[in-house]
Design a protein around this ligand. Structure first.
Ligand code: T46
Length: 144
């Protein structure tokens, strides 16, 4: 059974413009979890997608603060795609969502806030393993 709930959860944060733009996000108004880690990605190769994994427990919010990227999201039952191209719009990336980022430009900068510290064991990097775990969880959720 396919869920009608979208995988794309965008959040809008304030963008103050005086002689520049200043965007800010704070907890709990915009960020629904305690931030344990931040990281950013820049100078990514346009031809090389990033991601291609899911996180078992980590929730994240991604802001494309310069340039744009295309994000593909997959919960094991459906797939959706969204373009991130505004510094004041972030996407909440829940745990157990297989995600890929495509179409980086040379100047793209991606800022990520994460709910957990980095741990390699939080990653599921094999798509078939992801499907097996996700579909087990979806069956329980949908009681089928
Ligand atoms: C996502 C995109 C935007 C660390 O040592 N610490 C960290 O906090 C992170 C995120 C990574 N690493 C190491 C682990 C790997 O050896 O850096 C290497 C590349 O990491 P990863 O495979 O996570 O990189 P991306 O860009 O494919 O994915 C990351 C996030 O995992 C992903 O959830 O949304 O950035």
């Amino acid at each position: 059974m396919k869920s009608k709930k979208s995988l794309i959860h965008l959040i809008n944060i304030p963008k103050i413009s005086d002689d520049c733009y200043l965007c800010f996000a704070q907890n709990p108004d915009h960020i629904p979890f305690t931030v344990k880690r931040i990281y950013y990605i820049l100078k990514a190769q346009p031809s090389l997608p990033r991601g291609s994994h899911a996180h078992r427990k980590t929730q994240q919010i991604l802001f494309c603060i310069q340039g744009n990227i295309t994000m593909s999201l997959d919960d094991g039952m459906k797939k959706e795609e969204v373009i991130l191209d505004r510094p004041e719009v972030g996407i909440i990336l829940d745990k157990m969502i297989w995600h890929e980022m495509h179409n980086f430009q040379k100047d793209t900068i991606l800022l990520v806030l994460a709910s957990r510290k980095y741990e390699e064991k939080d990653y599921i990097r094999n798509y078939n393993q992801f499907l097996a775990i996700a579909n087990g969880q979806n069956k329980k959720t949908n009681k089928i």
